[in-house]
Design a protein around this ligand. Structure first.
Ligand code: PSU
Ligand code: MN
Length: 305
């Protein structure tokens, strides 16, 4: 059976020419940001990838196909669609068979990027070990995917809605390289520092690209998590964001929010509680990650030749 892949015209052309490509997820569009900022941000991210010498490929499931790259119309439709499924590793095949529309999480985007031969993926934040996981067992499938699928993921660390020490522990157990870019501290999404030291640090896109290729040479499965701190001007200090996180977590627990709904619920509540301020930071950090991912993709393409 042939793979159910569908390339946008821009990505198809990039593949023929051997240009560097950066994968982008779609759950951030459908479940991570409100309309119309979600679509506006997606366009800015695409432009940032192009401005830095690579081709953007947003991944989503539509009409029985894995779409690698969305046209402007498809992006508009996805950004406004209601009831789009949030797809992780477990949901991907069922959605393709049913023909429904699905947005890919970090885990599902990694799987699809790999199938399309794309090595680098930029997003905002990854899923991780939720607070209270010792009773809920809520650990994102993103972590296992990083252990399994050979794609380098550029994120601004993980949000403090998660248990960050446990998230780093699980990544270590799974053998995932966690690389901070340009500093020692693991960043916490809206804040440049989590107060936790990351296991690895690199200061250039070329070092990250070389490590990605070496992992492949060694035959080690799995990717790399590159944690890129938010630009200083866009940062929200920890003490400012933490009370809102606590409030959102308390509401989630009072309302019995569980499983897939937890992350979207918390993101939406924090957006409301910060009166949209979290969104401005979110946009700045995604753009910053798109830029670094484009550089890494260029380095990988250059070295692989
Ligand atoms: N964290 C964010 N923003 C996001 C997500 C996580 O800061 O948009 C999304 C990503 O798509 C991520 C998913 O892969 O949520 C994780 O969901 P879960 O915790 O249910 O695995
Ligand atoms: Mn979960």
């Amino acid at each position: 059976m042939t793979l159910p892949l569908h390339y946008s015209p821009e990505v198809a052309k990039a593949r023929v020419k051997g240009l560097p490509i950066v994968a982008l997820e779609s759950t951030i569009i459908t479940h991570g940001m409100p309309f119309p900022q979600n679509v506006e941000t997606a366009r800015l991210v695409d432009a940032e990838v192009r401005a830095n010498g690579a081709v953007p490929a947003t991944i989503a499931i539509m009409d029985h196909k894995i779409h690698i790259g969305l046209t402007s119309n498809e992006l508009d439709q996805l950004g406004q669609a209601k009831g789009v499924a949030k797809l992780s590793r477990a949901d991907l095949a069922a959605c393709l068979v049913s023909g429904g529309t699905g947005a890919t999480t970090v885990a599902a985007t990694m799987i699809c990027a790999r199938l399309a031969g794309i090595s680098v993926f930029a997003t905002g934040g990854i899923g991780g070990v939720h607070r209270g996981a010792e009773t809920s067992f809520d650990i994102s499938a993103d972590l296992r995917e990083l252990a399994e699928t050979h794609v380098t993921v550029v994120a601004a660390g993980a949000k403090a809605i998660l248990d960050l020490p446990k998230t780093l522990e699980v990544l270590e157990t799974l053998g995932v390289p966690v690389i901070t870019f340009g500093q020692d501290d693991f960043p916490a999404f809206w804040s440049r520092s989590s107060g936790l030291k990351a296991p690895l640090r690199m200061d250039s896109a070329s070092a990250i690209a070389a490590a990605h290729l070496m992992r492949g040479t060694l035959g080690l499965p799995g990717g790399q998590l590159v944690a890129n701190p938010i630009p200083p001007v866009a940062e929200i200090p920890r003490e400012e964001i933490l009370p809102h996180i606590e409030a959102a977590l308390a509401e989630a627990s009072a309302q019995g929010i569980a499983a897939k709904s937890v992350t979207p619920f918390l993101l939406q509540r924090i957006f409301e509680l910060t009166k949209g301020r979290s969104l401005a930071s979110n946009i700045a950090l995604v753009l910053n990650n798109a830029r670094l991912a484009a550089e890494i993709a260029r380095e990988i393409t250059g070295r692989a030749k």
